[in-house]
Design a protein around this ligand. Structure first.
Ligand code: PMP
Length: 365
């Protein structure tokens, strides 16, 4: 029986990548060493790092004036690292604008308040984060140091299907986006953003690696209290080697990037992700037995929260799913219900198996 893992993260990785990593585990390319045992400054690991950086830049067509940084601490650490690097741009005390679209942007806001003034320019909290606030409702401060958005809310299941415009929507301030849970799932015009960041453990690889893309002109403004390992300029000047980077996580990310290129790149992943999400949402929409709460034009293609109309059946639903190899479907504790995360590495067959089970469970209940 095939196993399909719907975890929100750490999440499913491509089978081919895991097989390759297993084959190379004890002896990487005749080096006599596991990647885990290599000096991060040795020629073997340097070749892995360079290929990983090159492939990522190619996959997302990252313009030359952006630095790609490999950091640690996850997106939660970035919630502090971002104001520590950007709030100094405007002199102190600076104000940064945030759009609150769910659990993760709420966390970003809470953390940023420790470093600068925060103006919540728009929030969908009053509608239980069921949609992205309309752009004409954003109330920006006059001269924000940056405008922060979370382009895919992993817990609530909302996703931006538009890119805010820097002149019209952010008062010409740089747009900073947490793309943790949908990076590489769709084509992105990187040049529209000042900073894009995310943890790796959804669409990229194992936990422990954080990616940051930052436009050159935004470097060099770190607040005096910013730890040097988190000062983006220092990290960029040292090509992500200021401290020892998470070498094995970078290696696996590199294998995932090679896999993505073999699949046809990000445009092909986006095509598949649209098809996978449509399959699942179309079925959920066709019945009253299951419910979704997100406005149809804001639904995430990656994280699909859904609810049984009769919540008393939740446990039976989950245990039946597990028997059929459909794992980790339980919703986040703050939202309840179910959540299917259908990242790049989830094949369409996994979504088909889930929809078949949704039907079977409904008819047997
Ligand atoms: N932002 C988003 C959108 C996330 O999905 C997550 C993790 N689920 C985080 C931030 C926090 O990431 P980490 O735990 O890696 O710090």
């Amino acid at each position: 029986m095939p196993i399909y893992n719907f975890s929100a993260g750490p999440a499913v990785l491509p089978q081919e990548v895991l097989q390759q990593a297993a084959a190379e585990m004890l002896d990487w390319h005749g080096s006599g060493m596991s990647v885990m045992e290599m000096s991060h400054r040795g020629k073997e690991f340097m070749s892995i790092l360079e290929a990983t950086q090159r492939d990522f830049r190619e996959l997302l067509a990252v313009p030359a004036n952006y630095k790609l940084l490999f950091l640690q601490g996850g997106a939660i650490a970035e919630n502090a690292i971002i104001p520590m690097n950007l709030a100094g741009r405007k002199g102190q005390p600076a104000t940064a604008d945030y759009i609150n679209t769910g659990s993760w942007s709420s966390k970003s806001i809470k953390e940023a308040k420790r470093y600068c003034n925060v103006n919540v320019a728009a929030s969908s909290e009053a509608v239980h984060f069921a949609r992205i606030p309309a752009r004409d409702s954003w109330r920006l401060s006059p001269d924000p140091a940056y405008v922060h958005i979370c382009t895919n809310e992993t817990i609530d299941g909302v996703e931006y299907h538009f890119t805010p415009d820097v002149a019209a929507d952010t008062n010409n301030a740089p747009l900073v986006a947490d793309m943790s849970s949908h990076i590489l799932s769709r084509v992105v015009d990187v040049s529209k953003y000042g900073v894009i960041y995310g943890g790796a453990q959804k669409n990229i690889g194992p936990a422990g690696l954080t990616l940051v893309m930052v436009r050159d002109d935004l470097l060099g403004n770190a607040l005096p209290g910013c730890p040097s390992a988190f000062d983006w300029k220092i990290v960029a000047d040292n090509d992500s080697m200021y401290n020892t980077p998470p070498t094995y996580a970078i290696y696996i990310a590199g294998l995932v990037f090679q896999w993505l290129k073999r699949q046809g790149g990000v445009a092909e992943m986006e095509r598949r992700n649209i098809a996978k999400a449509a399959l699942l949402y179309d079925y959920l929409d066709s019945t009253d037995f299951y419910r979704t709460k997100i406005a149809s034009d804001c639904r995430s293609r990656m994280n699909v929260p859904f609810f049984l109309s009769d919540e008393a059946l939740n446990e039976a639903f989950l245990s039946g799913a597990k028997e059929r190899g459909l794992l980790q479907l339980k919703g986040h504790k703050s939202v309840g219900g179910m959540r299917a995360s259908i990242y790049n590495a989830m094949p369409i067959e996994g979504v088909q198996a889930l929809v078949a089970y949704l039907k079977e469970f409904e008819h047997s209940a």
